[in-house]
Design a binder for this molecule. Structure first.
Ligand code: PLP
Length: 284
């Protein structure tokens, strides 16, 4: 299987990760997940922009230009033969010895790895929705950086899993921020509410697209914080991410939302989102 390793496409077996790689030792790195449909990346520019923005926020210099990185990713997509699936791309601060919390100087080059996996689009789930539970948001205060240090996220997701739910909706002191691996939104009286971008959430690429869809559909969106009470009283609840698109949440903490059915506005957004994919990548 072909993978990205630094500036090249190589066989997976050729990659070796040093035990003193800072990604491995400190979780000192960033990543992106980019979706491909029919052999074409969706929203590649937006993902690249966020990758370089994350790098800049942690003072890490990626040696490739954005254009070079995009062509490397496109080359991997082509050579992998994957039609519909996900690219996981990771950039760590490289190998520095002896272990030292202080960043090494910029002559230490980042370690870049990337691989494609086949992940079919789950149209049935997008129609029927998923279950969620609420969990405290125990993460750090720079959630806008797409950091590979994901303990806070995976602990929340694992709690959800233990409670037989698909996703964890996170809250800080009763204010819903986002989910463990997606952005969160509610619909009340025809208006969509979602937490504003800032340091408490990841600025979702999927969210950028559904915000545009909502505008085109004439659906009002308020990017403002909402509470757990508002969540409990919402007409509709949905989450969004690159891998799950616009996904209805039909049950929260065992209580049904909208009688356990996907709501009308969520359905309209999910359909409009699918249309955007098809405009760029062909029929899905
Ligand atoms: C914590 C978190 N929030 C939001 C998102 C959604 O981001 P995107 O739509 O860019 O996939 C993700 C995606 O992985 C995430 O992990």
């Amino acid at each position: 299987m072909k993978v990205i390793w630094n500036s090249q496409i190589v066989e997976r077996e050729e990659v070796s990760i040093d035990p003193e790689d800072r990604g491995y030792q400190f979780g000192d790195g960033i990543y992106e997940v980019v979706r491909a449909y029919n052999g074409v990346f969706f929203c590649l520019d937006e993902h690249i922009d966020r990758l370089y923005s994350s790098a800049q926020k942690i003072e890490m210099a990626i040696p490739q230009t954005k254009e070079e990185m995009k062509s490397l990713m496109n080359q991997l997509l082509k050579e992998s033969g994957v039609e519909t699936g996900n690219l996981y791309l990771q950039v760590t601060r490289g190998i520095a010895s002896p272990r030292n919390h202080v960043y090494p100087d910029l002559s230490v080059l980042p370690t870049i790895t990337g691989n494609m996996t086949i992940v079919p689009r789950d149209a049935e789930k997008i129609a029927s929705g998923i279950t969620a539970v609420t969990e405290p948001d125990i993460r750090w205060l720079k959630c806008d950086i797409k950091s590979i240090s994901l303990l806070g996220n995976i602990m929340a997701k694992h709690e959800a899993h233990k409670r037989n739910a698909d996703e964890a909706i996170l809250h800080r002191d009763g204010i819903v921020t986002e989910c463990s691996a997606s952005n969160a939104a509610i619909v009340k009286d025809g208006v969509i509410y979602t937490h504003p971008d800032g340091n408490l959430i990841l600025p979702g690429v999927t969210k950028i697209v559904w915000l545009k869809c909502a505008e085109a559909l004439g659906i009002e969106v308020r990017e403002e914080p909402f509470t757990l009470n508002q969540l409990a009283e919402a007409d509709e609840v949905f989450c969004s991410s690159t891998t799950i698109e616009v996904m209805p949440i039909h049950t929260i903490n065992g209580e049904k939302v909208n009688n356990g059915k996907s709501g009308e506005i969520t359905r309209q957004l999910a359909d409009a989102f699918k249309q955007k994919i098809e405009e760029h990548c062909g029929t899905v």
